[in-house]
Structures are given as structure tokens and as C-alpha cells.
Design a protein around this ligand. Structure first.
Ligand SMILES: Nc1ncnc2c1ncn2[C@@H]1O[C@H](COP(=O)(O)OP(=O)(O)O)[C@@H](O)[C@H]1O
Ligand SMILES: [Mg+2]
Length: 337
């Protein structure tokens, strides 16, 4: 079924989301989908996994292939997952989209595995915050948007809200800073644009610099799912999916304030609660969920997205470890650890 994802310009169908940028990622998705009947798009909440997959599915539907979709986010238990996914199967060439597997990853993985074994004509596209771990799965990690695309998205949303950005140097620079502050995360950009009827771009940037300022931007509207209402909800949802060691490490790594090496992470964050080996494996767990990203594709150098760091910093304070960790980061930077 090679070629079903070939990208066409424009998207006539009303349900197809109008994606900004992402042509490279769409092409990558097409390539991995030729290699496997099961592809999982993974990444941070709000990074645009569902939007990317919806656009890809739309293109498949236009070739005449049957496309079915299940949104796992609205389900509440294993039984519901099996029922919802099982109901979609058919003895024909078919694409099944299993969207937002975050909180019910294990049952979704089991149900998808069973269906793929039973129906040879079935192909499955999954979105989740981490991989399913099912045999034959190809994983496509989705990173945040490129800066130019992020600025275009912010400008488009502002325009749609009737408060277009001024076409001058100052607003362009401010928009760029807002996007960087929000890690070029499409969900965050949409939430930020929602403040522009009340705040100038410069005032918005100032608000975002305040503690928690990015986490509490609120999205309104009946269509916004609960986990996308604010970045606090969004990262909180990820936090719940983490194992205990990943949660603790997330908080501790926030003390670095940005970029660090794996070795630094291990030396600074290890103690009686987290052994050095546990830190190393929990780092991989966080990378697998997009909560840490490689800098310039270098496996040794890691970066925690800024809003993820804000969320972790709140936990660090709540755990009462802030001072101790900041001291350890300082000692590390002076070569004393
Ligand atoms: N490339 C894009 N262009 C325009 N809007 C986007 C893009 N990617 C994501 N969005 C919007 O950002 C929000 C979050 O995206 P979504 O796909 O739901 O994230 P995820 O599934 O990774 O949590 C949605 O409102 C979505 O429409
Ligand atoms: Mg999603």
C-alpha cells in the first residue's frame, strides 16, 4: 500500500485540520508507515500528534480506504478500550486510528496487537505520549514546531480572534519570544493567542515570564478536552503517566534550568532514593515521552522544554528539595561533584 500518504497540497474535506508546517514530519510518517502496519506517533502533550495523524488519515480516506478512529482519551477502563477498538475491525483493507492512548496504554497495546494478528488487511496509526511496546511497532517521535511555523500559528490564531499581530519588527520579535517561551508547543500557542484580545503581545510576554505564568493560560470553549485546558492540566496528565522515579527525576532536573548532559543529570540527581542507574533509565523514560529532548540530535546532551521545567520546578518546591538541588547544580557547574 505504498504511496497512500503521498502529500497533496490543500485539504478540501471540512474535517481535515489545516496544519501549519509539518510537511517534513508528514513525509516521515509516510515512510515509516510503509515499513510497518503499526506506527505510533509519540511526544509531549499538545505537541500536535493527533493533528498530524488526523491529516494523514484524511489523505488515506480520500484514496477510498476505510478509515476508522477511536479516541481513547474519552474511555475510562480496559473493557471499554477492548470494546471500542474491537468494534472497528473488518475483513478489508482498513486504517484504524487509535488516538490519545496516554492513560490506557497497556490495554490499547493489547487490543491493537490482537487485531493486527487477526486482520491482515488492517493498518493502525496510534498517538500516545509514549510507545506501546507492541511487536513490530514503528515509533515516530514528534518534536515541537520550528520557530517560523510557531510564529505563523500564533499569528493565525491572533488573526482568527480578531486581534491580528502588527506587521512590524517589534511584534515579530515579541511573537518569536512568546513562541520560544512556550517551547513552540502548538497547544500552548493556541492558549496564549486566547489572551491577545485582552493583552498586547508585549504584556503577554511579561505575564509568561512570571512564575506559573505559562502553566495557567486557560483555553475556553466547549470543544477543548480537559487535559488541554491549561499547560498545567496537560503536563499534569503526563506526570500521572510517569512512574514514581520519573516523576522525582523530572522535579530534580528542573533545577538545571535548561540544558545538561546525561552525566550531569546522574551526578546531580542521584541519592539514596534514586541510584545512578535508576536516574539513567528514568532519563530514557522521560526522553521517550518528549519530556526531555536531545539537543541537536546529540544523545549525551539533553534539554527540558521550558514549560515542562516550570511544572517540575513547582514539584521540586513542593517536595522541599529546591535549595538542595540548586546547590548541587551549582557544585556540579564548579566541578565539585
Ligand atoms: N501543525 C499544526 N498547525 C495548526 N494547529 C496545530 C498544529 N499542531 C497542533 N495544532 C493544534 O494544537 C492543539 C494541540 O494539538 P494536538 O494534536 O491535540 O496535540 P497532541 O495530540 O500531541 O496532544 C490542537 O488545537 C491542534 O489543532
Ligand atoms: Mg492527542
Amino acid at each position: 500500500m505504498a504511496g497512500i500518504f503521498d502529500r497533496e497540497e490543500g485539504c478540501a474535506h471540512h474535517k481535515c485540520p489545516e496544519l501549519i508546517g509539518r510537511s517534513r514530519e508528514s513525509a516521515q510518517l509516510a515512510v515509516v508507515f510503509q515499513r510497518s502496519r503499526l506506527v505510533t506517533v509519540v511526544g509531549l502533550g499538545g505537541v500536535g500528534k493527533s493533528a498530524l495523524v488526523a491529516e494523514a488519515a484524511e489523505r488515506v480516506a480520500r484514496t477510498g480506504t476505510t478509515v476508522m478512529a477511536v479516541d481513547i482519551a474519552v474511555l475510562s477502563g480496559t473493557e471499554q478500550v477492548f470494546q471500542a477498538i474491537g468494534r472497528t475491525a473488518a475483513d478489508q483493507e482498513q486504517l484504524l486510528v487509535v488516538d490519545n492512548c496516554d492513560h490506557l496504554l497497556a490495554p490499547a497495546a493489547a487490543a491493537v496487537g490482537q487485531l493486527l494478528a487477526s486482520f491482515p488487511g488492517l493498518r493502525v496509526l496510534v498517538t500516545a505520549r509514549r510507545r506501546l511496546g507492541t511487536a513490530g511497532e514503528q515509533v515516530l517521535p514528534l518534536a515541537p514546531m520550528r520557530l517560523g511555523d510557531a510564529v505563523r500559528l500564533l499569528a493565525l490564531r491572533a488573526h482568527q480572534l480578531g486581534v491580528p499581530l502588527a506587521d512590524d519588527e517589534e511584534d515579530r520579535v515579541t511573537a518569536g519570544r512568546i513562541c520560544l517561551r512556550l517551547d513552540c508547543l502548538p497547544l500552548a500557542l493556541g492558549l496564549a493567542a486566547g489572551r491577545l484580545p485582552d493583552l498586547s503581545p508585549r504584556e503577554l510576554l511579561v505575564q509568561l515570564s512570571e512564575t506559573g505564568g505559562s502553566l495557567d493560560l486557560a483555553g475556553l470553549g466547549p470543544d477543548v478536552p480537559c487535559r488541554h485546558r491549561t499547560l498545567r492540566h496537560c503536563h499534569g496528565w503526563s506526570h500521572e503517566q510517569c512512574i514514581a522515579q520519573e516523576r522525582l527525576l523530572w522535579a530534580r532536573l528542573s533545577a538545571f534550568g535548561g540544558t545538561f548532559t546525561r552525566t550531569a543529570a546522574e551526578k546531580v540527581c542521584q541519592d539514596a532514593q534514586l541510584s545512578r542507574a535508576t536516574v539513567a533509565s528514568a532519563v530514557n523514560g522521560l526522553v521517550g515521552q518528549g519530556l526531555l529532548e536531545h539537543v541537536n540530535g546529540r544523545p549525551e546532551l539533553l534539554r527540558m522544554p521550558r514549560t515542562v521545567q516550570d511544572y517540575g520546578a513547582e514539584w521540586l518546591a513542593r517536595l522541599g528539595e529546591e535549595t538542595r538541588l540548586l546547590e548541587r547544580v551549582l557544585m556540579w557547574s564548579r566541578g565539585l561533584l
